[in-house]
Design a protein around this ligand. Structure first.
Ligand code: ADP
Ligand code: ZN
Length: 526
């Protein structure tokens, strides 16, 4: 591999002349030069970081056709369409094309008419396609969404495993694997399974320094949201994510009634309406898009000033990706979220009904718990977030809620012990509302009919208020002392970890919920 300054120069002029950008971003230039010179690469870059250019420019500089392997037909077509607009000779081959169209593409390939071919892994791996590639001059292979090779990830695609064949059959063609989600383990897995032992790793920082993270307990979520928008982002663009379509509709109407310019977006809307709303959002600077996670792919609006979550996302990865749509222009933006234990229960139920295999469900449940854990930390948010992506950083960021307003903690050892034994005494199958009723000694109908006035924890927790007990339970879940099971409709179950706490071998500090201190004025033990 030799250095050709002239090629570096070509990369620069293609960036300007073809794509219309003045400068490379982050590690783009290094990556591009490495691939132009024939090196293999593994690129880890957050969403929106500019991965595509890393193979598109080498594809234009190196002789021959670049093969881009992508798992999603919709994305493929999008990319090809926008490249064509730039005058790039790109094409996609997928099952959405008619037989004639497919033949045209193949003939064009044989004549060397394309600089880039986008293709799905299953199509690429057919004998016919591999034979065809054997007759072409290939400039490179780009393997997009490379984390799909990971059997432990939720995007696992079995066909990705067979992509190691590319190295065997086309050993002289450089390969660049790209992904936005890869912890250390997945990174290693990608390198192993794709035979990228000699590849150079390009790992970009996941930090988004201009995003302020603010996460708080859900109380009156709508009012909390309105308050946030009016105080911090009045008249600006933002995205508000909700879990359900119904909630999207209702919240949109409610926000409109309260003077916020809002539009809905979810998969249940007419494609025309969807398109229109997206267009509106894209072209106005004071529009709030209320959406399910169906809204996101291909959203590239630089001045989104906030992303709000009305429900907890299913994982930290999802949270990072969704909040990452804020502040693409580098100016200050906010990632705002309200959460509650109910979110964990609902997401857990959705998971249980998803039909995914047990092993995957187990992993997803762990991701969900990690997300709740992230909501409940008391250190710096950014530090925790980056830590999760394998990027360790000393010192607090100074630009998140917990840095700006540190949370108070209290010694909750006794309370936690009572809360846990209460779960045990009542048979490990009841939800938080009932559990708290028992602790507070409330002889309501349910408590009576279950005979829970007789358990030893009945009335044992009168020194704390209901919201404090709820907070204790939520934090016990977040810290893994109890789990919420969907089989028991949100009932709490003790974990192995709870033992030492129950036996009195462990101390526990919990966060004091902010609203308890400031607004609800609930008495806490000093
Ligand atoms: P990723 O695939 O990493 O999510 P993309 O390749 O889609 O990111 O790029 C995200 C956006 O950033 C696109 O709109 C792209 O045109 C833009 N972009 C990429 N590189 C540059 C650059 N060097 N200068 C300006 N904009 C860029
Ligand atoms: Zn911080």
């Amino acid at each position: 591999v030799q250095n050709h300054p002239a090629q570096g120069h070509r990369a620069q002029s293609i960036l300007a002349d073809v794509f219309g950008y003045a400068n490379f971003r982050g590690q783009q230039e290094e990556i591009i030069n490495h691939v132009i010179q024939g090196g293999d690469a593994l690129v880890l870059m957050p969403t929106g970081g500019g991965k595509s250019l890393c193979y598109q420019i080498p594809a234009l500089v190196r002789p021959g056709t670049a093969i881009v392997i992508s798992p999603l037909i919709a994305l493929m077509q999008d990319q090809v369409d926008s490249m064509r607009l730039l005058g790039i000779r790109a094409v996609a081959l997928h099952s959405g094309l008619s037989f004639e169209e497919q033949m045209d593409v193949q003939n064009g390939l044989m004549r060397g008419e394309f600089d880039l071919l986008y293709i799905s892994p299953e199509r690429l791996l057919t004998h016919k396609m591999l034979d065809l590639l054997g007759h072409l001059t290939l400039s490179l292979f780009a393997i997009d969404e490379a984390h799909c090779v990971s059997q432990w990830g939720h995007d696992f695609r079995p066909e990705y495993l067979q992509l190691s064949i590319l190295h065997e059959r086309f050993s002289h063609v450089p390969r660049i694997a790209l992904t936005a989600t890869a912890d250390q383990r997945t990174r290693k897995e990608i390198a192993e399974r794709l035979n990228l032992a000699d590849a150079r790793f390009f790992i970009s920082s996941f930090d988004r320094p201009n995003i302020f993270y603010r996460l708080t307990q859900k109380r009156e979520a709508r009012k909390q949201l309105l308050d946030f928008i009016l105080k911090d982002h009045a008249g600006q663009s933002g995205i508000v994510y909700c879990l359900s379509r119904r909630k999207v509709e209702e919240l949109t109407t409610w926000l409109q009634r309260h003077g916020v310019q809002a539009l809905p977006y979810h998969a249940g809307l007419d494609s025309e309406v969807r398109h229109h709303n997206q267009q509106q959002f894209q072209t106005t600077d004071n529009m709030v898009m209320v959406a399910t996670i169906a809204f996101g792919m291909g959203v590239d609006k630089p001045d989104v000033r906030f992303v709000a979550h009305m429900d907890m996302p299913r994982s930290i990865e999802a949270y990072y990706q969704e909040t990452g749509r804020a502040g693409r222009d580098g100016l200050p933006a906010t990632a705002w979220l309200v959460y509650g234990l109910q979110d964990v229960i609902v997401l857990g139920q959705m998971l249980a009904q998803s039909g995914m295999n047990q092993q995957i469900q187990q992993l997803e449940r762990q991701r969900l718990n990690a997300m709740l854990g992230f909501c409940e930390i008391s250190g710096c948010r950014r530090q925790a977030l980056l830590d999760y992506f394998g990027e360790h950083r000393d010192g607090k960021c100074g630009n998140c809620d917990l840095c700006v307003e540190p949370v108070a903690t209290w010694d909750a050892t006794d309370a936690a012990r009572k809360a846990l034994s209460n779960v045990y005494r009542t048979g490990q199958r009841y939800g938080v509302t009932h559990l708290v009723d028992v602790l507070l000694g409330r002889s309501n109908k349910r408590v009576k009919s279950l005979g829970h006035e007789q358990v030893s924890t009945f009335g044992l927790g009168k020194e704390l208020s209901q919201p404090v007990w709820r907070s204790v339970y939520r934090q016990l879940v977040a810290r893994g002392y109890v789990t919420v099971t969907s089989e028991t409709h949100g009932g709490l179950l003790l974990t192995e970890k709870s033992r030492s706490l129950l036996k009195g071998e462990e101390q526990l500090e919990l966060r004091r919920d902010r609203y308890e201190v400031h607004e609800l004025k609930v008495a806490l033990p000093e």
